[in-house]
Write a protein that binds this ligand. Structure first.
Ligand SMILES: [Zn+2]
Length: 304
């Protein structure tokens, strides 16, 4: 008989969570975002509680939306460890995945260039990102960055397009979709949340999923929303190859590709050189943001 994993890592995003219904709700320091943080915290909380009830011994939650500070810790079982903000490595953003055996992805979204809900890959500045002519979803980068630790991707939740993209590349991944096509009025968040938690518990029995480590060579093409001038600027900045208006990258491993994309999307040579300081500033901004969101929700009567 297969034993369930008892040490779980959760990567949580906002776009595919239950109270994010627009781009404004995914944007820093808006009332809609504050409400979306509350919904995301409740989603994560119900999954975490159900996993502990099912016998999971340790849970680490990595908040992966924008600043990395979108969760209200007091709404989540105190036995879980929440990692807010970003760490330099060894796993980009996550830091040390420590002793996790399996990873669950919550609140995810589809890839840039597809018609999923708030679809983007790493940043909305990327209009389209392909690897060997196929759209690349973030889940592949995250799952691949955890593979060297033997961490298996077992569960994924996001819009139906995001689920389709994830299962097309990561074999045996259990999925639970969130359908936002008919709007928030007819959406029963608490029923959806309970079903999400049940599906996550069921995924503990997913013994078929293996660490995701696709093999290269990978031919990557990045198209920026801002067009050719931006592509020329970024390609020049990092000495990347340019083909027309597309930036071309080559990689043998997906975790290697992830590192190049982080440079392209988030860094300049200056911030790369002083990364610990840049991360500290970004994490401070995130801390301030979630404090603002809590105060705003109190004013709106949504939090006590
Ligand atoms: Zn996000």
């Amino acid at each position: 008989m297969n034993k369930h994993p008892t040490r779980i890592l959760i990567l949580a995003d906002l776009e595919g969570s239950s109270a994010c219904w627009s781009y404004v709700a995914s944007s820093f320091l808006t009332d809609e975002w504050a409400r979306a943080c509350l919904g995301m915290s409740q989603d994560v909380s119900s999954v975490v509680s159900a996993l502990f009830d099912a016998g999971v011994a340790s849970i680490t939650i990595k908040d992966f939306h924008r600043t990395g500070y979108n969760l209200f810790a007091d709404l989540i079982d105190a036995r879980a460890r929440i990692v807010s903000g970003y760490r330099q490595g060894p796993v980009p953003g996550v830091g040390n995945p420590a002793n996790a055996q399996a990873v669950m992805f919550l609140g995810m979204h589809a890839a840039s260039g597809s018609d999923g809900f708030l679809a983007h890959t790493l940043t909305s500045r990327i209009a389209r990102l392909t690897v060997n002519a196929r759209l690349l979803a973030e889940v592949e980068l995250f799952a691949a960055s955890l593979a060297p630790w033997g961490i298996r991707p077992i569960f994924f939740s996001g819009c139906p397009v995001a689920c389709e993209q994830a299962t097309a590349v990561i074999e045996h991944l259990d999925c639970f979709p969130i359908d936002k096509s008919s709007g928030p009025q007819s959406f029963d968040a608490s029923a959806w949340r309970s079903a999400l938690a049940q599906a996550a518990v069921k995924a503990l029995s997913n013994s078929n999923a293996k660490p995701y480590q696709p093999v290269g060579p990978m031919e990557v093409s990045v198209t920026l929303r801002e067009g050719k001038a931006a592509a020329v600027r970024l390609a020049h900045r990092w000495n990347f190859e340019l083909a027309g208006e597309h930036i071309r990258l080559k990689a043998d491993q997906m975790d290697q590709l992830y590192k190049s994309l982080i440079k392209l999307c988030y860094l300049t040579p200056l911030t790369e050189n002083m990364l610990p300081l840049a991360l500290m500033a970004s994490n401070l901004r995130g801390r301030f943001g979630i404090m603002w969101a809590r105060r705003r929700l109190r004013q709106l009567g949504c939090l006590s």
